[in-house]
Design a protein around this ligand. Structure first.
Ligand code: ADP
Length: 258
């Protein structure tokens, strides 16, 4: 509240990082990390220099999805060197917290961990840093907004009222802080039949009702597809293994809109 009233402090850009895009959702399990990973890998395949920061302290999934498990090395100045896979530089709370399983993530600790991941690592030179965040709009989100200039926020939601409502409410917080919302990636709202290729709606889709109310663009509609789950579980993003699919194209198009 206070921050919104005062406005954000002046934030210096991260040296050598052109854009920072935050991926956010109101609820967990809607596919935020899946979108972040497939988007990051698509951008790298399109020739961009990409970083992926997993700031989801409570449920880091980037190590699994990107098949990166080693603790990052540090250089002479004690800066972390993000390991690279699929052309994407990655850092995750999951790689750092390994020896500190028992840490209770209280506010100030969260803030300092996010700062270290952002500013204590050799990200440069990259064109875009994608930041996967925990669900909701808590300490991590505030810490990010306070510490670095965010180019835009990409929202991810399934097309259900329960998920959309909290996601779009969270988006208002960013708007109040003057951070632009790029748009919404709708996830798992439909499936494509493997036999006849027809489109099946999973839910009674209510996305447009909500996005219109607060003027947010729907940038992509990613289907529910077992191959996407398989890609996450096996650490081979589906946009690599199934590069010719319509959804791989959707991820690429999403990348082009950023
Ligand atoms: P969040 O980051 O929002 O908590 P995840 O990205 O971890 O969600 O996704 C939750 C689960 O749903 C994972 O098992 C993931 O593989 C699966 N999933 C996400 N998007 C899709 C999709 N489009 N099709 C099939 N499974 C998906």
């Amino acid at each position: 509240q206070e921050l919104m009233a005062r406005g954000l402090p002046k934030r210096a850009p991260l040296p050598g990082v052109t854009d920072i895009v935050v991926v956010a959702s109101g609820k967990g399990g809607v596919g935020k990390s899946t979108v972040a990973v497939n988007l990051a890998v698509s951008l790298a395949n399109m020739g961009k220099r990409v970083g992926l920061l997993d700031a989801d302290i409570f449920g880091p999934s980037i190590p699994l999805m990107m098949n990166i498990h080693e603790e990052p090395l540090v250089d002479e100045q004690n800066f972390m060197i993000p390991p690279v896979n699929y052309g994407v530089k990655c850092l995750s709370m999951g790689l750092l917290a390994k020896q500190n399983d028992a840490i209770i993530w209280r506010g100030p600790l969260v803030m300092s961990a996010v700062q270290r991941l952002l500013k204590g690592a050799v990200w440069a030179p990259i064109d875009i840093l994608i930041v996967d965040t925990p669900p909701g709009t808590g300490d991590v989100h505030l810490s990010l907004a306070q510490n670095v200039p965010i180019s835009g926020v990409l929202l991810v939601s399934t097309p259900q009222k329960a998920a959309l409502e909290v996601t779009l409410r969270g988006a208002q917080m960013y708007r109040k802080l003057g951070v632009p919302i790029v748009g919404l990636a709708e996830n798992m709202g439909h499936a494509i039949c493997g036999n006849c290729q027809s489109r099946m709606e999973i839910f009674k889709n209510v996305t447009n009702i909500f996005t219109k109310q607060i003027d947010i663009k729907v940038l992509a509609s990613i289907p529910l597809d077992g191959n996407i789950t398989e890609g996450c579980d096996n650490g081979i993003p589906s946009v690599i293994k199934y590069a010719d699919t319509a959804y791989a194209k959707s991820y690429r198009q999403l990348g082009e809109t950023l």
